[in-house]
Design a binder for this molecule. Structure first.
Ligand SMILES: NC(=O)c1ccc[n+]([C@@H]2O[C@H](COP(=O)([O-])OP(=O)(O)OC[C@H]3O[C@@H](n4cnc5c(N)ncnc54)[C@H](OP(=O)(O)O)[C@@H]3O)[C@@H](O)[C@H]2O)c1
Length: 347
């Protein structure tokens, strides 16, 4: 995925636009973000300008700013791609949204959400029902739509299935637990780093939650699945957590690879798939956006519907003012967060 327009070019084309707004700007990779006043850019005909109320702080933002993501931003760069707020202006070809609409957006193309305003392509914006707050809205689309694609579309999760979720208290993991337990009525086993996190995972509806101790994990899976192993594994950690989890998969089970929080990408020998005849599948929302835009849009619509109906509820462990963005990054980096971390970008 390439950034189609750098923040630098947005600033350049903004000369004719009079208004300015506050944004958290990366000037140098690996350095803290700086709060600056920037000029608003001109809108393209298929774009939407949003007054950002809340923006999700994601590990991808952290990685981009550290120069460790596959997207290498042109500097200066404003991170942030998961926004909730109100439409300020629409381009001439935008027919489905209008000024004043409450919306959420996934700006994995342009980023720039750590700001009081940002510009998104219309296909990355969805209406947000009044029942869902901006805070919930900014915590919803990325992790829940990814988890939904992984569990429902790829793994075909059914009621009563057993599911093992790693990093179960993280943004993506807790979304997977919520969907699997509360929408699909699956038996969820969550694994995570601490007892406190495990309590939260149980509160979210998991059948069981435990810390990473391989012997406990295998014993618990054996007990819950009567020795069969879990039908679905949803992993966003990689490394040795992934390798240990694989030992818990059932005959003809499915392993969904969604991310690599450990930054270690495991190597799987294809011969290891044979004894249990299990399947290994991947899921990436960014790539669905490019390869299957309808499924991408539908997945976010579905999680918005589920949230509106009260079936799922995103968990936000901390909210930081825009000015405290570097503290938000630190909180995430130190693995102190559970569920999502949100930036408050309101004036
Ligand atoms: N496929 C997609 O479309 C998609 C969408 C969203 C995210 N992702 C990816 O999925 C992964 C998780 O995202 P997230 O939003 O859940 O992140 P997150 O909220 O930061 O949670 C990640 C969790 O992973 C656990 N973890 C285990 N080993 C770790 C390590 N060595 N370093 C850091 N954390 C470690 C930590 O929980 P414990 O302390 O409990 O171990 C941490 O809280 C990331 O790689 C992200 O890029 C992929």
């Amino acid at each position: 995925m390439a950034l189609r327009r750098s923040f630098a070019s947005i600033v350049q084309t903004s000369i004719r636009q009079a208004s300015t707004f506050k944004a958290a700007v990366l000037k140098e990779v690996g350095q803290p973000l700086k709060i600056e006043s920037v000029k608003a850019a001109k809108l393209n005909k298929d774009q939407v300008r949003v007054k950002v109320s809340k923006c999700g702080v994601n590990s991808a933002d952290l990685l981009v700013c550290q120069g460790e993501y596959h997207v290498k931003p042109k500097l200066p760069f404003v991170p942030g791609f998961e926004v909730a707020g109100e439409v300020l202006e629409v381009g001439s070809e935008v027919k489905t949204l209008q000024k004043g609409d409450r919306v959420i957006g996934l700006n994995k193309d342009l980023f720039s959400g750590f700001a009081q305003q940002c510009i998104l392509n219309q296909n990355d914006v969805w209406n947000l029902p009044g029942e869902i707050s901006f805070k919930e809205g900014a915590a919803l689309p990325d992790s829940y739509a990814t988890a939904l694609l992984g569990l429902a579309r790829r793994a075909q999760l059914q009621e009563g299935d057993s599911v093992l979720v790693t990093a179960a208290a993280g943004g993506l993991g807790l979304a997977a637990v919520d969907l699997a337990a509360n929408v699909y009525r699956a038996k969820v086993i969550g694994v995570c780093g601490t007892e406190d996190k495990a309590s939260l995972v149980r509160e979210k509806g998991a059948w069981a939650a435990l810390t990473y101790k391989p012997e406990h994990l295998r014993a618990k899976v054996k007990e819950i699945t009567e020795g069969k192993g879990v039908r679905v594994i949803f992993d966003a950690v990689g490394g040795h957590v992934f390798e240990e989890s694989l030992k818990c998969v059932a005959h003809e089970g499915m392993v969904v690879v969604a991310g690599f929080a450990s930054k270690q990408i495991p190597q799987v020998e294809t011969s290891s798939l044979l004894p249990k005849a299990f399947s290994l599948v991947g899921v990436s929302l960014s790539n669905y956006r490019i390869s299957d835009p309808e499924v991408y849009r539908q997945s976010v619509e579905d999680v918005v519907d589920m949230c509106e109906q009260g079936l799922i509820s995103p968990h936000v462990s901390a909210e930081f003012d825009l000015e405290k963005v570097n503290e938000a990054f630190e909180f995430l980096r130190e693995r102190r967060s559970t569920g999502k971390v949100i930036l408050d970008c309101d004036d």
